[in-house]
Design a protein around this ligand. Structure first.
Ligand SMILES: [Fe+2]
Length: 248
């Protein structure tokens, strides 16, 4: 799947295609929902208060973030906020920064409880394939990362400093919240044999890719300042989905 722009029709089989594309319409409908539009601008404004990621083993200071943990009940689609805890990825999945618990500041309350966030989580969850085959989970752990990457003139920012990788989750949603003065940030996905299966650049707000993480690798190219005068800013919302409790 090569994504030139947002006109591409979403493909909806995450098992077969391993990745799917969503646009603003998928979350807000064709006409938009005024209340959700307002929630979205409130949600976006919280990115201006993200805090420095202190666990960057490349020494980079180009990544700001906050973190939130939720439980999603499969049948009711109820979303429950969980207490903030360190985020862990194995060294195998994240050779640069994995292998140690990373404590990130929690998302602000207005972001944690924001209706557009919950809408995005539920919409992406709806698209996860064949839930019944996953041993009928009762609930899912949903980890939410708000991440800002900054590129300064002459100093690129790197959305994926670990290179081509898996995140170590069942499914991962990547949602563009803001892209300002950015050159670069092309998203790439590969099958487990290393064949390129997706290449595209998220350009418009809420454009998203939803990835079957166990069946793919992904990467994002660095960001540069487009006008070479001002900072490049790319704000992303990343959502990790993993089954939690199972029916006996
Ligand atoms: Fe990743």
């Amino acid at each position: 799947m090569i994504l030139e722009n947002s006109t591409l029709t979403a493909e909806r089989d995450l098992l077969a295609d391993k990745i799917t594309f969503l646009s603003r319409f998928d979350y807000l409908g064709k006409k938009g929902v005024l209340a959700l539009e307002k929630s979205l601008s409130e949600f976006q404004s919280t990115y201006d208060r993200l805090t420095l990621d202190q666990f960057m083993n490349d020494g980079g200071t180009y990544r700001l973030r906050r973190f939130g943990r939720f439980r999603l009940w499969q049948n009711s689609l109820q979303i429950e906020k969980l207490e903030n805890k360190p985020f862990f990825q194995s060294k195998e999945k994240n050779p640069l920064n994995g292998g140690t618990p990373r404590f990130f500041d929690e998302m602000e309350p207005s972001a944690l409880h924001n209706p557009i966030l919950h809408q995005i989580i539920r919409k992406q969850f709806e698209l996860l394939p064949n839930l019944e085959k996953l041993a009928r989970p009762r609930s899912w752990l949903v980890y939410v990362h708000q991440i800002r990457i900054v590129g300064k003139p002459g100093v690129p920012g790197n959305p994926s400093p670990e290179g081509k990788h898996q995140d170590g989750h069942y499914y991962v949603g990547q949602v563009l919240i803001q892209r300002k003065n950015v050159d670069g940030a092309t998203s790439l996905a590969f099958d487990l044999d290393g064949n390129l299966i997706f290449e595209g650049t998220l350009k418009n707000q809420l454009e998203s890719i939803l990835i079957n993480d166990r069946e793919t690798y992904h990467n994002v190219t660095p960001i540069q300042s487009e006008d070479q005068l001002n900072d490049a800013v790319r704000d992303m919302l990343l959502i990790d989905f993993n089954p939690e409790y199972f029916y006996a």
